[in-house]
Write a protein that binds this ligand. Structure first.
Ligand code: NAD
Ligand code: IPM
Ligand code: MN
Length: 330
């Protein structure tokens, strides 16, 4: 198994080495291929991701990705979006459930939901025009893109509660009534119960009643925004992992970005990246290792070995070392 390792920028350079120490504790036969890709490289060389990098990544089965700074500069093209598109990683899977002992901003302690985000089209189509007095972005929703993400949501619902919530803005956007209708017909074909929510109401309800939801399927930008909302109610971005899944490749990454406000201080929470490694182990079919890893994370949090975002005083490496130690000597 070949794994491309892309720490990226900012805290990506801290949390990915930390997550690798945890992966290494399992002693699996995984060949790691380190790659320097990102905004830092763009500043230095004028290229954030070269064609050679892309060839190397395509030769790997999967990617472990930290975070890459994506400035709001129309001349800079997001590396992550290029990877998602070129590797056709159409399903962005973002699970959320409170971890033991983590203080939450609201008093909902019991919820377990997953956002299944379409990852290759929608507002991220890349079809854009920038003129002097106007700018346009074409929102693309295709039958193929909607069917395959709805199928993914249904296959996840079959392992959960046999129901999906389709999130859209079909009261305004024709492209979203198209998306909604396809999701509903895929759900019916799969024998999965469905309900639907407008995205604004969903953002509101997710904070107040997260326990009502199980599998949420939505378009690209709405999934991006809702997943930061879900991260907030789950105890913070430092805890939330994700998987970008295609038919041939997969990329695992924390939901958070490069966090320039805390980068270089050694205090970034590595748990989002470590749980992304857990999702990678599950994707590899290594359920036993995934379970051991999950339990080790829980036990380190319960023992209070946590970074400042969780109210602790431990460093990134102290947290990952404590988790690795439990895996080595359970
Ligand atoms: P961010 O996710 O980097 O940070 C938001 C807040 O959460 C900050 O206060 C940060 O300190 C905190 N935070 C994030 N991860 C944390 C962790 N592991 N431990 C403790 N605290 C953590 O979002 P941002 O500041 O809006 O974005 C910074 C840059 O990252 C931008 O250039 C953005 O485009 C990029 N970004 C990249 C990715 C990615 O590559 N996957 C994802 C999101 C944002
Ligand atoms: C995410 C990020 C990315 C997105 C950015 C960095 C391109 O916010 O993965 O959540 O918008 O998808
Ligand atoms: Mn995001």
């Amino acid at each position: 198994m070949k794994l491309a390792v892309v720490p990226g920028d900012g805290i990506g350079k801290e949390v990915i080495p930390a997550a690798l120490t945890v992966l290494d504790a399992f002693g699996l036969d995984i060949e790691k291929v380190p790659l320097e890709i990102g905004y830092g490289k763009w500043e230095r060389t004028g290229s954030a991701l070269t064609d050679e990098d892309m060839i190397i990544i395509k030769e790997c089965e999967c990617v472990l990705f930290g975070a890459i700074t994506t400035p709001p500069d129309p001349n800079y093209k997001s590396v992550l979006l290029r990877l998602r598109k070129e590797l056709d990683l159409y399903a962005n899977i973002r699970p959320f459930a409170p971890l033991a002992n983590v203080k939450l901003p609201c008093n909902k302690k019991v919820f377990d939901l997953v956002i299944v985000r379409e990852n290759t089209e929608g507002m991220y189509s890349g079809i854009e025009e920038l003129h002097e007095d106007a700018a346009y972005t074409t929102r693309v929703i295709t039958r193929k893109g909607s069917e395959r993400i709805a199928e993914k949501a249904c296959s996840m619902a079959k392992k959960r509660k046999m129901q999906i919530t389709v999130v859209h803005k079909a009261n305004v956007l024709k492209s979203d009534s198209f998306f909604r209708d396809i999701c509903i017909s895929v759900a019916k074909c799969n024998g999965i119960l469905h309900n639907e929510m407008l995205v604004d109401a969903m953002a509101y309800d997710l904070i107040l009643r997260p326990e009502k939801y199980n599998v949420i399927v939505t378009t690209n930008l709405f999934g991006d925004i809702l997943s930061d909302v879900a991260a907030a109610i789950s105890g913070g971005l430092g805890l939330c992992p994700s998987a970008n899944i295609g038919d041939k490749h997969a990329l695992f990454e924390p939901i958070h970005g490069s966090a320039p406000d805390i980068a270089g201080k050694g205090i970034a929470n590595p748990i989002a990246s470590i749980l992304s490694v857990r999702m990678m182990l599950q994707w590899m079919g290594r359920e036993t290792e995934a379970q051991i890893l999950g339990k080790a994370v829980d036990s380190v949090i319960v023992r209070g070995i946590v970074t400042p975002d969780l109210g602790g005083s431990n460093s990134t490496i102290e947290v990952s070392d404590a988790i690795s130690k439990i895996i080595n000597v359970p």
